[in-house]
Design a protein around this ligand. Structure first.
Ligand SMILES: [Fe+2]
Length: 179
């Protein structure tokens, strides 16, 4: 497993420290103060898209690539680069999940579970550049994200998990069925 320093080459140490301190995760990553701080950090980042766009982010043709920007034992901050056509599984999260769209548009589809493995789509929204949202693992939060284009999209995701002990924020993956 790569250490913090090896993976977090996008921001210098000072900026990583600033981001992590701003998130105020010392009281956990489910409480109101943390979510308000994450919301504030995301609004600040999506307001200056150039800052994120000029980072040497990894891309994955036809898919989405995760780039760890900052992380500690409570929280991790990722830049996701979505190629046109990229799509996630239908999933929910074991931790709080906040995201903001830096550029392009990410289409988010929401689902309702009908059993432990199957879910029915209930809503779909285009999330344009500037959009910020936070969700808790306790809420109804089964969703799928994709980039219908045109072109690439970039989003920032802040998860309440330690990237060195969890490989991702995903709790359960579902198969879509028609209602
Ligand atoms: Fe998600």
């Amino acid at each position: 497993m790569m250490g913090h320093a090896g993976m977090q080459g996008f921001l210098d140490e000072e900026h990583r420290g600033t981001v992590l301190r701003s998130l105020r995760a010392d009281q956990g990553t489910l409480c109101r103060d943390y979510l308000a701080a994450a919301d504030e950090v995301l609004h600040a980042l999506v307001a200056v898209p150039d800052l994120v766009q000029r980072l040497p982010l990894v891309r994955k043709p036809g898919g989405y690539a995760r780039n760890l920007l900052a992380g500690d034992d409570a929280v991790s901050v990722w830049a996701m680069v979505w190629a046109e056509g990229a799509v996630t599984s239908i999933h929910d999260h074991h931790c709080s999940c906040c995201f903001g769209v830096v550029s392009g548009t990410v289409t988010e589809t929401w689902y309702r579970a009908i059993d432990a493995k199957r879910a029915v789509a209930t809503d779909e929204r285009d999330r344009a550049a500037g959009y910020v949202a936070c969700m808790l693992p306790s809420g109804p939060n089964i969703h799928r994200m994709r980039n219908l284009g045109p072109g690439e999209a970039i989003s920032i995701h802040i998860y309440g998990f330690d990237h060195e002990t969890h490989s991702s924020s995903i709790e359960t993956e579902y198969t879509a069925v028609s209602g």
